[in-house]
Design a protein around this ligand. Structure first.
Ligand SMILES: NC(=O)c1ccc[n+]([C@@H]2O[C@H](COP(=O)([O-])OP(=O)(O)OC[C@H]3O[C@@H](n4cnc5c(N)ncnc54)[C@H](O)[C@@H]3O)[C@@H](O)[C@H]2O)c1
Length: 265
């Protein structure tokens, strides 16, 4: 029997296709934007940081990179508007997926904790972080999935698109009430959502980073626990490389990949 080993024309998935990157203004998301564009994709950034988003678009070129304006992923109307404008900006380009990197560790200082020195997590703090991280992730995932559903299936597998979320080892290992819970929720969403979207040829994956060198980290603190090996912070390029590999590897579906150099939180 002759086995056809050419399963997937992987370049077809990225080059000249459109991706949405939330949290694309800086950190891990910014590197995903840069790497996707380097591989010939078009990218739309959904972020609340106008200044950095515009700066990145100006650097990378408005034909390849688009920012509609301040987009809070936890606000359904913001996400719908950004999605509509994105599709209008790239009228002849197929939206192939989204990489959902937006996230916060702590709520704004104005939202107080409770208990001794207000050090415990209040419901309001919990609600805020869950809203941005977990509901914001699902809001964009669902709206993007609704567009991907209408794509023509491509390749031998009939794939329509992909959604990649960002969890955290703090979620998987059970640290920090609001943040860790939101990230556990994002990881927990992966398989049910992959099952729901599988009949339509849409894959869902999540990456759970360990410690990466981005502005989210408090650089003044030198008590960061490092991975067992390699004993250093992760480089955002390593994160973006994994995202690109996930996009190009059809068998990866419904899982959370730890990217942590064996660090346990
Ligand atoms: N850096 C790490 O070590 C690490 C480890 C584990 C998980 N993560 C996760 O990876 C993701 C990216 O982290 P990072 O280190 O690049 O952080 P970062 O703070 O550098 O970037 C986060 C981006 O998300 C944007 N953002 C925040 N709230 C938003 C909202 N409501 N709507 C739209 N955009 C919003 C910010 O403006 C920013 O551009 C986050 O979800 C984070 O929880 C990071």
């Amino acid at each position: 029997m002759v086995v056809n080993k050419v399963f997937h024309d992987t370049s077809m998935i990225i080059t000249k296709h459109l991706f949405i990157v939330t949290g694309g203004a800086r950190g891990l998301g910014e590197q995903v934007v840069r790497s996707l564009i380097k591989h010939g994709a078009f990218v739309s950034i959904f972020d609340i940081n106008d200044e950095l988003s515009h700066k990145l678009v100006n650097e990378l070129g408005q034909n390849e990179c688009y920012f509609h304006g301040r987009t809070d992923v936890s606000k359904e109307a913001d996400v719908e508007a950004a999605l509509e404008k994105t599709i209008a900006h790239f009228p002849n380009t197929i939206l192939r997926g989204a990489v959902l990197c937006s996230g916060i560790v702590s709520p704004p200082k104005a939202i107080q904790g409770y208990g001794p020195e207000l050090s415990l997590t209040s419901f309001q703090q919990f609600e805020h972080v869950i809203k941005v991280n977990l509901l914001g992730t699902y809001c964009v995932a669902q709206k993007v999935a609704n567009v991907l559903l209408k794509n023509e299936p491509i390749g031998q597998d009939g794939e329509r698109g992909i959604i990649i979320t960002v969890s955290s080892i703090l979620g998987l290992d059970g640290l920090i009430v609001g943040y860790g819970t939101s990230k556990a929720g994002i990881s927990g969403l992966t398989l049910p959502l992959a099952k729901e979207l599988a009949p339509f040829g849409i894959r869902v994956m999540s990456v759970a980073p360990g410690v990466f060198d981005t502005p989210i980290r408090n650089r003044s603190s030198n008590n960061t626990r490092l991975p067992l090996f390699p004993k250093r912070l992760g480089d955002p390029i390593e994160f973006a490389d994994l995202v690109l590999q996930i996009i190009q590897m059809p068998m990866l579906n419904g899982s959370t990949i730890r990217l942590d150099g064996a660090l346990r939180a």
